[in-house]
Design a protein around this ligand. Structure first.
Ligand SMILES: Nc1ncnc2c1ncn2[C@@H]1O[C@H](COP(=O)(O)OP(=O)(O)OP(=O)(O)O)[C@@H](O)[C@H]1O
Length: 981
């Protein structure tokens, strides 16, 4: 039987539809009738082999050429339905269903695994394993209390008609807390015969000092006269939960959201009313901004032709394929964004009229305050009436966001909807994302080619021409930089412009003064280079504001202009920079002054995406002589390019002698860009411009001794943390070159804290044998026992104030990082709503709890990390994907480098030790006496034995997130929506 690929099946499908038309039967809509026509007439009409009916129907459905609902099939003029495929989900699209499977119903991806498990736990030859604590699916789970011995019985019962022999039972992994006992001490040498109807009791005894979750997989082994040996497995777990952990437990059983992803979306839309846009902007739009929609075939390729797609992505990035490659990667990213945004959709939510403005409706959106989903003024969403959900045709009302207030948004809908609206009418809500950031990136890569930016993006030389007289020494505004030779040299190099047309790079570990150096260099450029005009950018508003704040210290207010996107909430702009922002009090909105006015400013500061507005305005060639990008490692290359292509003209000895200087600052070892598409990540979109240059361009490589100071400066003095906190990141990421230069009054302030396992070593690694759980339809994990441990430390920190000469620590000096959104939510709940002592503290809300991403660039005197993932049953099978994004070295680096004086990690040492970075850190803490909590000893031999055991049972030991139906949310990140323009 020949195998047909997607395209061939689609062609056969098209031919069949044509065949129906030609024979006057295009109106036939019964699947069975169509199957008969296909098999009896179409398939046999010539000698050509054709695919089976179900597979062509499936393929036509996938390609949007047919709609299949139960027995009903519609070809041709079906209203277009779009099916977005999660790029993390691989349903073996090249294998369509066989004739007896239902076309269009995708098979769950982990059938094989479920079968394996059923085999492992299933009763055999009439033998069953029973317990009063049976939780189904092979699980036996019972509660315990620390320091109180507990015994539960497990019964081996022979319900068969013949005798069987119990040869023994054993735990597949050693567990200190649970031991098993039986009266006859059954072993292979001393087996126990079970007659039909017999049952035999085995006791599980548990004693522990700590709260925790103690799982053990037990194998019961038997033999039977004619059938030979067989075994039955059980997953036994003892759970000691605190009251807080119980209270924070799952509120609803976990229902994976994966199935919903395949929901179809209709596009019959009634437009709404957008907010007033900022009057008539003076800044003319001269370079058009296209839409850059992805071509439809790309979606088909993601769905069904991944290998072909991978081939076209495999080419190495060069200037020649720059535009083509980036545009494809950006399209893939957008396709995954379309999938991911669906998880925020809401059903049956009421809206009410805005009492202040009757033309607006108010919708509560929990999570909007933290950009999940991201909703900004000017964005839109769609709503449909909940009661009409089952109708074949639905009207979607497009609602424009007029305002975002905490957890609610005010929306402008069509007058039609308002006319029939009554308060609390219920709607289903579909969110969308703003395409502007994608569009400006598409245009930027196009312009890169048009403007011939090869010498900036793929630099290979420098003209070595200086803009300053030789020998002159700069007079720095920030004198502290004079004590740091690298910082001083970097400023000097940038001002002389000797790297041009190649960019200049400042990189270095956290807290080494990169931003300070960038700011000083900008001030010097403005002071020393006549007619210079600087564009200073960063990926986020907060980092751009920081540049502005620091520049204002020495530069004249009138020479600096901070341009905010019109969607930015003015209340979030720091007071001190408001005087140089583009806010117009009279119009009550951000404005874009004319190009002529903007040309007067020496420094313009924007986010990278908003720099696209300047590109649209088309400034004269060479107007901007310098572009500085801070936190460059955190942006996608095409995002950085928005602030370069159409802004900066490469240096030219005749036409652009004083300009063309690009300066990039960042740390390639800290978090890279936030991305969603695994295909785009796999093919390079995650590599920032800074990282690409440093990894692949010879000008930026380390020589025998050091980097070439003409192109790159590495900053090495850390002004943030205690030396003990820097030790591992220094070893792992910074070649041991990082030097401790922090103010010891702060960095040593917790060295004598009474809770430290070892005085003088300000790190606590607190082992918790917890359980990771999920609830409702959220794919995110949480671990309530880790919350319990965190709360205990927080109380000690916030209540043991002023002892041993330490000054009182306030909640805002403490941060808690957890990689999982659900855990962040549970920790917040515990602190602000559940724990009586903590919630009483007046300023407890200032204690920041967030993801690693939210802490990038931030620091706290005390930092706690909850790693969440813990052991479950098949440990060895799961561990690869279980660690998920904790395994990402950049995330590890950012997480452990935020603390100034004290770092507390709460996590499962067995799980963490599986990752080389965490393992090194764990060993380091253990060696220095910083480990406490649940007993932990490294396993190695035992692990190998376990793997052998499992393979002898024919249970696959390969981990495969996708096979297990895990979504990327666990494997990668739970990325926030980039919401700043
Ligand atoms: N030469 C110096 N002398 C004293 N303090 C300094 C010096 N350089 C920087 N600092 C201080 O170190 C702190 C960190 O500086 P900065 O924010 O510029 O670091 P960074 O490298 O950009 O950090 P991150 O990677 O976390 O963004 C600031 O408080 C800054 O004032």
């Amino acid at each position: 039987m020949p195998k047909f690929n997607f395209r061939e099946r689609r062609e056969f499908g098209d031919q069949f539809v044509q065949f129906l038309k030609d024979t006057g039967r295009e109106a036939v809509s019964s699947r069975e009738a169509l199957r008969t026509i296909y098999n009896v007439e179409f398939r046999t009409r010539n000698d050509t082999k054709a695919p089976n009916f179900s597979s062509i129907l499936f393929t036509l459905g996938q390609s949007g050429r047919a709609e299949v609902r139960g027995d009903f099939v519609r070809f041709g003029k079906v209203k277009k339905k779009v099916k977005f495929r999660d790029q993390y989900w691989t349903p073996r699209p090249e294998e369509p269903p066989t004739d007896n499977q239902q076309a269009g119903t995708d098979q769950p991806p982990h059938r094989g695994r479920a079968k394996e498990r059923a085999e492992f736990i299933g009763g055999k030859h009439g033998v069953e394993i029973l317990s009063e604590h049976d939780r189904g699916n092979g699980r036996i789970r019972f509660p315990i209390t620390p320091n109180e011995p507990t015994t539960v019985s497990i019964w081996v019962q022979n319900n068969g008609t013949e005798e069987v022999t119990l040869l023994g039972y054993r735990a597949l992994r050693k567990q200190r807390e649970i031991t098993f006992h039986d009266e006859s001490k059954v072993t292979r040498q001393q087996p126990r015969v079970l007659e039909p109807g017999d049952s035999y009791s085995i006791e599980a005894r548990c004693l522990t000092q700590h709260y925790g979750y103690y799982p053990v997989t037990v194998l019961f082994e038997f033999t039977k006269e004619q059938d030979g040996p067989f075994s039955i497995g059980r997953f036994v777990a003892a759970v000691a939960n605190s009251r807080l952990a119980e209270e924070l437990g799952p509120t609803a059983p976990y229902r994976p959201y994966q199935a919903n992803l395949r929901k179809t979306v209709t596009f019959i839309t009634e437009d709404g009313v957008p907010p007033d846009s900022s009057q008539h902007p003076e800044l003319k739009q001269l370079i058009p901004l296209g839409f850059y929609n992805y071509p439809q075939y790309l979606q088909d390729m993601v769905n069904a032709e991944r290998s072909r797609l991978r081939k076209s992505l495999a080419a190495e990035l060069q200037f020649e394929n720059y535009q083509e490659k980036f545009q494809l990667l950006l399209h893939l990213e957008e396709l995954q964004m379309e999938v991911d945004i669906r998880r925020y959709d809401m059903q049956d939510v009421p809206m009410v009229k805005d009492t202040q403005n009757k033309r607006l409706l108010i919708l509560e959106v929990p999570g909007v305050a933290e950009n999940r989903p991201s909703v900004l003024r000017g964005d839109h969403l769609f709503v449909t009436r909940s009661e009409q959900r089952t109708l074949p045709q639905l009207i979607q009302y497009k609602g424009y966001v007029h305002a975002v207030e905490l957890e609610r948004v005010k929306l402008g809908f069509s007058p039609n909807l308002l006319a029939s609206f009554v308060n609390n009418l219920k709607f289903d809500v579909t969110f969308t994302f703003n395409r502007l950031p994608l569009r400006v990136q598409h245009r930027a890569v196009e312009l890169a080619k048009e403007r011939n930016l090869g010498d900036i993006l793929f630099p290979s030389f420098s003209y070595r021409e200086s803009l300053l007289h030789e020998g002159g020494r700069l007079k720095l505004f920030d004198r502290s930089l004079e004590t740091n030779q690298e910082q001083y040299d970097a400023v000097q190099q940038i001002v002389t412009g000797m790297s041009r047309p190649a960019p200049y790079i400042i990189f270095g570990p956290p807290g080494t003064g990169k931003t300070v150096t960038v700011v000083e260099a900008i001030k010097q450029v403005v002071t020393c280079i006549k007619d210079s005009h600087v564009l200073a950018c960063a990926p986020s508003n907060s980092a751009s504001d920081l540049l502005c704040q620091r520049l204002l210290k020495h530069l004249d207010k009138g020479s600096i202009y901070r341009i905010n996107a019109s969607s930015r909430d003015y209340h979030q702009v720091p007071e001190e920079i408001k005087p140089c922002c583009n806010w117009d009090d009279a119009q009550q909105c951000h404005v874009y002054p004319s190009k002529e006015k903007l040309q007067h400013y020496r420094v313009i500061i924007t986010t990278l995406v908003t720099a696209g507005r300047l590109v649209t305005a088309q400034f004269p060639d060479g107007h901007f002589s310098h572009v500085f990008i801070d936190e460059c490692g955190h942006a996608v290359e095409s995002e950085c390019l928005v602030a370069i292509a159409g802004i900066l003209t490469p240096m030219d000895r005749e036409t652009n002698t004083n300009g063309g200087q690009l300066v990039l600052a960042g740390d390639p070892k800290q978090l890279g860009p936030i991305l969603r598409s695994p295909l785009a990540i796999e093919h390079g979109l995650e590599v920032s411009l800074l990282e690409r240059l440093m990894k692949h361009n010879s000008l930026y490589q380390k020589g025998a001794e050091s980097y070439d100071p003409q192109f790159v400066t590495k900053l090495l003095r850390n002004y943030r943390s205690h030396a003990a906190l820097l030790e591992i990141p220094n070893q792992k990421f910074y070649d041991g070159e990082l030097q401790e230069c922090a103010d010891r009054l702060i960095s040593y302030s917790y060295c004598t804290w009474e809770e430290l396992p070892t005085q003088g070593f300000p790190i606590i690694f607190h082992g918790v044998s917890g359980e990771d759980q999920r609830e409702g339809n959220s794919p995110s994990f949480f671990n309530t026992l880790e919350v319990e441990a965190l709360v205990t430390y927080l109380k000690k920190l916030l209540q043991s104030q002023g002892k041993r000469g330490r000054s009182r620590i306030s909640p805002k000096e403490i941060g808690i990082i957890s990689p999982y959104r659900k855990q962040v939510e549970k920790i917040r709940q515990a602190i602000t709503k559940k724990d009586g002592d903590l919630m009483k503290l007046p300023d407890i809300k200032e204690l920041k709890v967030g993801s690693v991403e939210e802490f990038q660039g931030q620091e706290r005197r005390v930092l706690l990390i909850s790693t969440v993932r813990s052991c479950t049953e098949y440990l060895s099978m799961d561990e690869d994907f279980k660690l998920g994004f904790l395994k990402n070295p950049k995330r590890f680096n950012v997480a452990i480098t935020r603390a100034k004086a004290l770092l507390i990690i709460v996590g499962n040492p067995t799980v963490l030790s599986k990752d080389p970075h965490w393992n090194t850190f764990l060993r380091y803490c253990t060696a220095k006496g910083g480990y406490t909590g649940c007993p932990y000893a490294e396993e190695s031999l035992e692990e190998d034995i376990l793997l052998e055991e499992l393979s002898s049972l024919h249970l696959s030991t390969q981990s495969a997130g996708n096979q297990l139906g895990e979504s990327h949310i666990q494997q990668q990140v739970e990325p926030e929506w980039r919401h700043e323009h």
